[in-house]
Design a protein around this ligand. Structure first.
Ligand SMILES: Nc1nc2c(ncn2[C@@H]2O[C@H](COP(=O)(O)OP(=O)(O)OP(=O)(O)O)[C@@H](O)[C@H]2O)c(=O)[nH]1
Ligand SMILES: [Mg+2]
Length: 441
């Protein structure tokens, strides 16, 4: 559904909608590389969606996944999911030749192997935060293993004539991933066929992420992505999604305070990060990836915000059996929070927006639609409510009657459009010279 003027009044009587005959979609391959803990969560989400399984049932398609981290703590669970995907393919009689999965575990080297580190620097343990410069150095030390894993990945991508998108997913606030991501994307680009586009996926940290929230690494990571996107050798030719998780965090943590504090915090972090990664990958795979391919078009050479704007959480503020009118007020309240939690600055404007609403049919989907249009147009679209910017909205039915969310997609952002950028710079500026040297890269 789309219209030029987002807030144009609906005609009083609408003619019956014309429906195009069901089209046979051309298949589109999705492949993914994940770095660090967040990258692993995105690969796991992709494998868990089930859509990959259906994609591989189509003749000629392929799927490759590669995970890279220092230490293997965060790679074990996705590995289990990959094994079970293989088993499911076999049980359906689908060839497993189309599925390539590899994890590359890098070891923390000796201090001596890393050369001159700033005085007094202790090497982190594998699994802890690795400063960006050390992560880069470790990637360089493992160049041979990295090159050959990327080559195997690219060879698998090349084995299909179907056009492909290769996602490179990671946490912007992490050191391991953000330190390696751009170099890795550059290497990858040189190995892929012209029919494959590379798309970056960088998740911003949220305020429940402890030291990762607005971290010094995130400041450098946003800088590096911005520079890469604007360089003549931009490795993210297909675009770059910046994924905002703040509203999903706020929606889960507001009004929940039972349980042991530390356990509660860890559990909520896990639930939030899974929810965000799942929502993103469900979008990627939806309708044969046609939404992904379209939504990337207006954002080339800049970042495209992907804000997972959660509106309700089961059992929080709204309970089963409560009056629908209570739900409406909660939905409107949380749609109104989008500008507060999107991590975009108030000055950001664009010519294009998409909102993908996920709600059960019990919820007032028309009201959700109108509210999103009102909020997005007035805050982010050039010309505001009466401008000519494009606004597309889509509905997906959720069977879970207590959950509703909208994926808000806004292309055209540069680093200075993100509120997260100056906020992370504050952390960077607080570091001493040695600390800066370690996160700078
Ligand atoms: N605290 C927490 N954060 C998570 C979890 N899963 C994903 N994250 C995200 O991870 C981000 C931090 O980046 P990581 O992916 O852990 O970083 P990394 O690439 O492994 O790099 P290091 O900092 O060197 O470990 C946080 O901002 C969260 O958004 C989780 O279960 N708990
Ligand atoms: Mg890590």
């Amino acid at each position: 559904m789309s219209d030029d003027n987002p807030l144009a009044p609906e005609p009083a009587t609408e003619p019956a909608p014309w429906r195009a005959p069901a089209k046979v979609r051309a298949p589109h391959n999705i492949h993914a590389i994940g770095i660090g803990r967040t990258g692993a969560a995105y690969i796991e989400a992709l494998i868990r969606t089930g859509e990959v399984e259906d994609l591989l049932a189509v003749p000629g398609t392929r799927f490759a996944a590669l995970l890279i981290d220092i230490g293997d703590d965060d790679l074990l669970v996705p590995g289990d999911y990959a094994r079970s995907l293989k088993a499911r393919l076999r049980s359906r009689g689908i060839s497993t030749d189309g599925f390539h999965y590899e994890s590359l575990v890098l070891a923390m080297p000796d201090q001596a192997a890393l050369g001159q580190l700033p005085k007094g620097t202790a090497l982190p343990k594998a699994g802890d935060h690795v400063p960006r410069a050390i992560a880069k150095a470790i990637f360089a030390l493992n160049a041979e293993a990295g090159e050959s894993a990327l080559q195997r990945f690219a060879d698998h991508v090349k084995g299909s004539d179907v056009p492909s998108t290769v996602l490179l997913a990671y946490g912007l606030a992490g050191g391991t991933s953000s330190g390696m991501a751009v170099d890795l994307a550059q290497l990858l680009k040189g190995k892929l066929p012209a029919s494959a586009q590379v798309v970056g996926v960088g998740q911003l940290a949220h305020s429940g992420d402890g030291d990762y929230f607005n971290s010094a690494a995130q400041y450098q990571a946003i800088d590096a992505v911005d520079a890469a996107l604007q360089s003549s050798t931009n490795p993210f030719g297909g675009g770059f999604f910046v994924v905002a998780s703040e509203q999903s965090w706020q929606r889960l943590s507001a009004y929940t305070s039972t349980g042991l504090k530390e356990v509660r915090q860890r559990f909520k972090q896990m639930v939030t990060n899974r929810f965000v990664a799942d929502s993103f990958m469900r979008f990627v795979m939806s309708d044969g990836s046609e939404h992904l391919v379209r939504a990337l078009q207006p954002g080339r050479g800049r970042c495209t915000l992907f804000d997972v704007a959660k509106l309700t959480h089961p059992g929080v503020q709204v309970l089963p059996g409560e009056a629908g009118s209570k739900w409406d007020a909660v939905l409107q309240q949380w749609i109104g929070f989008v500008p507060k939690y999107s991590r975009l600055r108030d000055s950001f404007r664009t010519d294009y927006a998409e909102v993908h609403v996920h709600a059960s049919h019990d919820m007032q989907t028309d009201m959700i639609d109108v509210s999103f249009k009102e909020v997005i147009a007035s805050h982010y679209l050039n010309g505001g409510k009466s401008g000519k910017a494009s606004y597309l909205s889509f509905h997906n039915e959720l069977f879970d009657v207590l959950t509703a969310y909208g994926n808000v997609i806004l292309p055209g952002a540069l680093k200075d459009d993100f509120a997260a950028y100056p906020a992370s710079k504050v952390s960077f500026d607080k570091l001493d010279a040695a600390g800066r040297l370690l996160e700078q890269a």
